[in-house]
Design a protein around this ligand. Structure first.
Ligand code: MN
Length: 285
């Protein structure tokens, strides 16, 4: 990375990072207060942005340069408690949506998704939540905190019941009562299956919000995450799903969470590239 590259998603400059011009806003939320095991997801947004500054910005598959839509990297949201984080993220995302921006929120731990989803839920009708994760995150409460990362989808379910979960391979028995098995695509059923993507898309409403916990990937593909679970998805399975969602539904926003950076930058780069790929699909399919 050359020192002259400005610090923002994509390493862009001039009008491309002008708030008024930009169609896309990246909102970094470096929050990590409730992680149960490996800490460090608060360093995730910065690692993703730094990796993104080293990407080539032409997408071969869609033959497009989505950065030309303008990508504004907002100031990061810093907070000391779950309650404060939820209030700040909700208010900021709501403002950005009202300004007509396409918002992508960068975690941080998975609990940051709830306020981002709530803001989208209140501004769009007929929404489904497409949830990619190794875990269902459906505990009522965890370590006395109902806003823990381990409960995020239980909180989402209280406002929007249409949650389709992809790549699941770890659960606690206390979650079972909160789970609709018909809306879960377990990793073991995705492996070697051809039909799962079409089935998953068939369950989605017109407008789709994607919440992507990077631990949905197999740790061999993406090791830098707080709770690496074996048996996860590969790069092509995930991007094929994202492509079909963008082709067949209206993507209204997304978040990418739980990057826990290490010295090996491959996971950071994967996350940056995944975000750019999803933006390319959103705007050029
Ligand atoms: Mn997870």
């Amino acid at each position: 990375m050359s020192e002259s590259v400005p610090y923002n998603f994509g390493g862009l400059s001039d009008k491309l990072i002008n708030y008024k011009y930009a169609k896309i806003v990246v909102l970094p939320v470096p929050f990590d207060k409730t992680s149960s095991w490996i800490k460090g997801s608060d360093r995730g947004p910065k690692a993703i942005i730094e990796a993104s500054m080293n990407m080539e910005l032409y997408d071969i598959e869609t033959s497009s340069e989505v950065y030309k839509k303008g990508i504004f990297t907002a100031e990061e949201i810093l907070s000391n408690s779950s309650e404060e984080m939820i209030k700040c993220v909700y208010e900021r995302v709501s403002e950005l949506i009202k300004d007509g921006k396409f918002v992508l929120t960068l975690g941080g731990e998975h609990s940051i998704s709830f306020p981002a989803i709530k803001a989208h839920h209140e501004n769009y009708k007929d929404i489904s939540i497409l949830h990619l994760d190794a875990h269902t995150d459906m505990r009522d409460s965890y370590l006395d905190n109902k806003y823990s990362h381990a409960c995020v989808m239980a909180r989402v379910k209280e406002i929007n019941n249409n949650i389709i979960s992809i790549g699941i391979r770890s659960q606690d028995s206390s979650e079972l009562k909160n789970i609709d098995k018909d809306n879960i695509f377990f990793a073991r059923d995705i492996y070697n299956s051809e039909e799962w993507i079409e089935k998953a898309i068939g369950k989605l409403n017109k407008n789709v919000y994607i919440s992507l916990d990077l631990d949905v990937f197999d740790p061999a593909v993406l090791p830098s995450t707080g709770t690496p679970e074996p048996g996860g998805l590969g790069w092509y399975a995930v991007i094929k799903l994202l492509k079909e969602v963008c082709k067949n539904r209206n993507l209204i926003g997304f978040d990418v969470v739980e990057l826990c950076p290490t010295e090996n930058k491959a996971s950071d780069f994967l996350a940056a590239k995944l975000i750019y790929k999803l933006l390319s699909y959103k705007f050029y399919l």
